[in-house]
Design a protein around this ligand. Sequence first.
Ligand code: SAM
Length: 215
Amino acid sequence: MFTDYTGKRQQMVRQQLIERGIHDSRVIEAFRKVPRHLFLDEALWPQAYDDHPLPIGEKQTISQPYIVALMTEALQLTGKERILEVGTGSGYQAAILAELADEVYSIERIPPLAKRARKVLDSLKYANIIIRIGDGTNGLKEFSPYDGIVTTAAAPDAPDPLLQQLGVGGKLIIPIGDEYTQDLKMYVKEAEDTYREESLGGCRFVKLIGEHGWK
Ligand code: SAM
């Protein structure tokens, strides 16, 4: 049965994003447009616009809409950027980023998730997203430097390769902390080897597993 989730999506944008302070009109427009439910199993569609993360299989999650918006808004995208996402998961945040930046590269360590995300993104005709399978704690040097890197899993520290693969002026958004509680951090590369660090608030993500993350 075809169900139109447009109403639920507009309500999510109003109540969960705008009323909590998300104000970048391009970000708001992207969330109004991208059909979040299609990135989930059909049984979860009725919950797709609720205010929490949801399971996507392989013990992983699609993040809460507000957190995706907060991370995306922090990048201050204008449409010209090259962005790396570490942790493709369902592909939803990659789609949001693709609405707002020029090129999106996304890396996922679990092959079935990467394949499923590719399928959904192809069905929605996103041609500016490249997905790779691998350990994203090493970044994706081949397409660097990036104007922004968003890491959608939590690390003990900011992985060095990610900091190095930022261009000057670029931003790394990453949850830092232990398994249970983390701080969403932004590192702005002000010059080669000079970074300004800001905190965007508390959060809770799954672990970033890899050479420069959790073992
Ligand atoms: N951005 C995703 C979305 O929109 O659905 C949510 C991602 S989920 C919270 C975190 C993802 O990071 C999981 O799919 C997990 O497999 C992936 N991940 C964890 N460690 C990774 C690593 N070293 N490299 C790439 N992906 C990793």
